[in-house]
Design a protein around this ligand. Structure first.
Ligand SMILES: [Zn+2]
Length: 132
């Protein structure tokens, strides 16, 4: 089972826990190829970009440069992502965590965990993926 959850909600964690957030977590190993860039994380936190822009990319309003979204970031690292996807085993539980809580003010919160869930489900129909 693959679980996607917040580091702050350990009641959901199963098996080995891996950090997929830009920030460090003490004692939690990082899966670098799933970690988004600081630029899109900061712009999203500041409300400069939408959820769709975070995933699909956008043009930076200050520099006029194209900024790759999370989808393009994963594509650029596809050899590592694909090797990892193939290595997953149905019997081995693991949890991918970032800092975002599942809900904020009673509403489901946007987070790259949602996109990772879709990627895993697309390539590994045999795995159970639980998103919190
Ligand atoms: Zn998150």
């Amino acid at each position: 089972m693959i679980v996607l959850a917040s580091i702050r909600e350990p009641q959901h964690h199963r098996g080995t826990v891996f950090n997929i957030a830009t920030g460090e977590m003490k004692g939690v190993p990082r899966l670098e190829f799933l970690i988004p860039g600081w630029k899109i994380v900061r712009d999203h936190q500041r409300g400069k970009i939408t959820n769709d822009q975070y995933i699909y990319g956008y043009r930076d309003s200050e520099t006029n440069q194209a900024v790759p979204g999370y989808r393009q970031i994963l594509q650029s690292r596809w050899p590592a992502v694909s090797t990892w996807l193939k290595s997953l085993e149905a019997q081995i539980d693991l949890t991918l965590v970032c800092f975002c809580k599942e809900y904020e003010n009673g509403k489901s919160k946007f987070c790259h965990r949602q996109y990772i869930k879709a990627v895993i489900e697309c390539y590994r129909l045999d795995l159970e993926v639980i998103l919190h």
